[in-house]
Design a protein around this ligand. Structure first.
Ligand code: ARG
Length: 406
């Protein structure tokens, strides 16, 4: 799906200006080479000769959504020991299937935070070349983490020598992993700073990379110009990752007042996957999720939702991150209604998945708003998302770089 080389005009009934928080009636967007060159209204904005019209009459348009935490190469129906059946080649094929689903759900940009065998890098390349449909991607390659930690493979006994691709120990060990991922095409650094729900034998509360290791990772990432994401549930790991300078904290489940204050001071973004828990506790067992993970989830999910509300109240930076891959790809938008239920206004929830996510990515010139200079990445829905956020779960049309893809 090559970016439209010609001039395109996109029209709709109304457009949500996510920065100003208001609607523009009868919008017309002029798009050249995939980017917005003018924003106006129908009648006022003239279409030059040979302009292709993308007519979204009857619909409300908003910027294409950004999910800051997905695993496109992972399957929601293969958890626990079933994950051992998947090779990086399987993962690459999964990625092709899931990228299209994600795009057609209105997510025109995504951050893929952890994949084996650089399947995510291959997927990004194929999407960028227009060979397969999918969101614009930021990709981490294998997540970096300690031996036996959340990013390791702890499912088999020692004689199988199973090991996560991104496992390393010590400041130099993890630094080398950052360099290696960069060498093979990663555009982002993802680490596991604490234990996790889904991994075998890890405690969500336990910090798994030392302060020194976390600092070494951030320093190397900065030298290479990469942004950093830290998986962290437990409060010590959350705070250590914020102090080390990570750009985003994934999950942040047990963050405390000091953590909220630190995040606010440093401008750290929290990416809290608060829909996830419903799928894990509802469907997880069928999908192979380990009993110990279900046990960990019961506490983690509940506290994370409470802390999401506290983070919103405290005015901490929050982005939309779903962890789709644990639950079915394409259902990412289900999280919006939970973000509203647990403390955000609909506009705040939409900003978390548009303008604010673009800031956290360092891509404010590219995505996250329907404004001059940015890509014409558009989601069109029926109804009024500011009155009923769940309309975002039904994408009526999707445009990426001025090309209608749904
Ligand atoms: N990938 C995360 C982990 O295993 C998922 C956590 C899901 N639970 C939650 N309440 N957000 O740790």
């Amino acid at each position: 799906l090559p970016a439209g080389a010609q001039t395109v005009m996109v029209t709709a009934d109304r457009m949500l200006d996510v920065q100003a928080g208001r609607y523009l009636e009868k919008p017309a967007l002029l798009v050249r080479d995939g980017r917005i060159v003018e924003v106006g209204t129908q009648g006022q904005l003239a279409a030059p000769a040979d302009t292709e019209i993308v007519n979204l009459a009857g619909l409300t348009i908003l910027p294409g959504l950004i999910d800051m935490h997905v695993h496109l190469t992972g399957r929601h129906d293969m958890h626990g020991f079933r994950r051992l059946e998947q090779s990086p080649v399987d993962e690459a094929i999964n990625g092709v299937v899931h990228a299209e689903r994600t795009l057609k759900a209105g997510f025109t940009t995504a951050r893929n935070v952890g994949a084996g065998g650089y399947a995510d890098v291959a997927l990004k390349k194929a999407i960028d070349q227009g060979r397969v449909p999918g969101p614009r991607l930021w990709v981490s390659g294998p997540s970096i983490g300690a031996t036996g930690g959340h990013c390791d493979n702890n499912l088999l006994p020692p004689r199988f020598q199973a090991k996560g691709d991104g496992v390393a120990d010590g400041p130099w060990g993890v630094t080398q992993k950052v360099r290696e991922n960069h060498k093979y095409g990663a555009t982002l650094v993802k680490v596991c700073a604490t234990g996790g729900v889904m991994s075998k034998g890890t405690a969500v509360g336990a910090q798994q990379l030392s302060d020194e290791e976390l600092r070494a990772i951030v320093e190397e990432a900065k030298r290479l110009g990469l942004r950093t994401a830290a998986h962290a549930h437990g409060v010590n790991g959350v705070k250590a990752a914020i102090r080390a300078g990570f750009d985003t904290i994934e999950h942040a489940s047990f963050i405390d007042d000091e953590g909220l204050r630190l995040a606010k001071e440093r401008g750290t973004w929290l990416s809290m996957d608060i829909y996830n828990t419903e799928y894990i506790l509802g469907e997880g067992e069928k999908a192979g999720i380990l009993p110990e993970s279900l046990e960990k989830e019961r506490l983690t999910g509940r506290i994370q939702r409470e802390n999401f509300g506290r983070a919103v109240k405290a005015g901490v930076n929050i982005v939309f991150g779903s962890d789709a891959g644990i639950y079915p790809h394409g259902e990412n938008a289900k999280q919006f209604s939970r973000m509203v239920k647990f403390g955000m206004t609909p506009l705040q929830a939409i900003q978390a998945a548009t303008v604010n996510a673009a800031k956290a990515l360092g891509a404010e010139e590219e995505v996250g708003a329907l404004a001059v200079g940015r890509y014409a990445d558009i989601l069109a829905v029926k109804g009024d998302p500011l009155a009923d956020i769940s309309v975002l779960e039904r994408a009526e049309a999707v445009v990426k770089g001025g090309v209608r893809v749904k």
